[in-house]
Design a protein around this ligand. Structure first.
Ligand code: 23J
Ligand code: MN
Length: 260
C-alpha cells in the first residue's frame, strides 16, 4: 500500500476527531426550488421535476430511481465562464473542461448581513472590500469569495425572489468589486446566497449583469443559492464546488461543501 501524505493523514484524523468539520453549503433540490425570474421577453428556465422510473414496483421490483428535469442554473449551482457571452471563447470554459483543481480553494467570507437587512439592493463596494482586507488580510489568489447576506433565511419563495413591480430586489456586487476580484485578486469566483451572482436589479445596470460580465469574461466562476455561510469563519475554511461534467455545460447544480 502506498503511504498517505502527512497532509491527507491529518485531514482524515482531524475529520474523524471532529477538529475539522464539513459544512454543507447546499440548498435542497426539489420541485419547490425557486428558479430565476427573467423579464418575459427572455426564455425562462423550467422548474424542477422529479419522476419515478420505478419504486420497488412492477416497473422495477427491487429498485428505486428517478428521472430529473431542470435548467443547468437551478438551486445551489455553479456558473461556468461559457454561461456568459464574455466568456464564450475562453479556453477550458465549460463544466467538462475546467480543470478539477479549480473546484477547490480557500474561502473568504464577507458578512454584509446587517447592510442587506437594511437595504435588499445592497451592493458590496470597494470601500467595504478594502475594510474587510484590512481586518482579515489580502484575498489570496485562487480563493472563493463568498458574500454572506443572510438571504438564505428567506425560506419563503416570494421573500427569496423578492420581486416587485420594478423587478427583483436582492443584493450583489458593485462592478468595481467584481473587476478587482477577477483581475487583481485572481479569485476562483464568487458565491452568493441569492438566486444569481448579480443583484436583483442588475439587469438595469450598465453593463447589464456586471458581475456575470466581468467574472465570466475573466474565466472566473459563480456559485448561487448557497446557505449556511453563517457557519464559516471569515477566513480559514476550504470550499469544494465541483459541477457535473456536462459536455459544453454552462453550469450545473452542485453540492458545495466547506472544510472548517
Ligand atoms: C441568465 C440571465 C441572467 C442571470 C442568470 C442567468 C443567472 O443569474 C444565473 O443563474 O447564472 S442573472
Ligand atoms: Mn447561474
Amino acid at each position: 500500500m502506498t503511504a498517505m501524505s502527512a497532509t491527507l493523514t491529518h485531514l482524515v484524523d482531524d475529520l474523524n476527531a471532529g477538529r475539522l468539520r464539513i459544512v454543507d453549503l447546499t440548498q435542497p433540490l426539489e420541485p419547490s426550488t425557486p428558479v430565476i425570474d427573467l423579464p418575459p421577453i427572455f426564455a425562462a428556465s423550467p422548474g424542477v421535476t422529479i419522476d419515478a422510473i420505478s419504486r420497488y414496483d412492477d416497473k422495477g421490483p427491487a429498485w428505486y430511481w428517478n428521472t430529473l428535469r431542470f435548467g443547468e442554473h437551478t438551486g445551489t449551482h455553479f456558473d461556468a465562464p461559457i454561461h456568459w457571452i464574455t466568456g464564450k471563447d475562453l479556453p477550458d470554459n465549460a463544466c467538462d473542461t475546467i480543470p478539477a483543481r479549480r473546484f477547490v480553494g480557500p474561502a473568504c467570507v464577507i458578512d454584509v448581513t446587517r447592510d442587506v437587512d437594511a437595504n435588499p439592493d445592497f451592493l458590496l463596494t470597494l470601500d467595504r472590500l478594502e475594510q474587510w482586507e484590512r481586518q482579515h488580510g489580502r484575498i489570496q489568489r485562487g480563493s472563493w469569495v463568498l458574500l454572506r447576506t443572510g438571504w438564505s433565511r428567506r425560506t419563503d419563495r416570494a421573500a427569496f425572489l423578492n420581486v416587485g413591480a420594478d423587478g427583483p430586489h436582492s443584493p450583489g456586487f458593485d462592478a468595481a468589486v467584481s473587476t478587482l476580484l477577477a483581475k487583481d485578486r485572481d479569485v476562483l469566483g464568487v458565491g452568493v446566497e441569492t438566486i444569481g451572482t448579480d443583484a436583483g436589479q442588475a439587469g438595469t445596470f450598465n453593463p447589464p449583469f456586471p458581475n456575470h460580465t466581468v467574472m465570466h469574461g475573466a474565466g472566473k466562476f459563480g456559485l448561487a443559492s448557497l446557505c449556511n455561510l453563517d457557519q464559516l469563519p471569515p477566513t480559514g475554511a476550504v470550499v469544494i464546488a465541483a459541477p457535473l461534467k456536462i459536455v459544453n455545460g454552462s453550469g450545473s447544480p452542485v453540492r458545495v461543501i466547506a472544510i472548517v
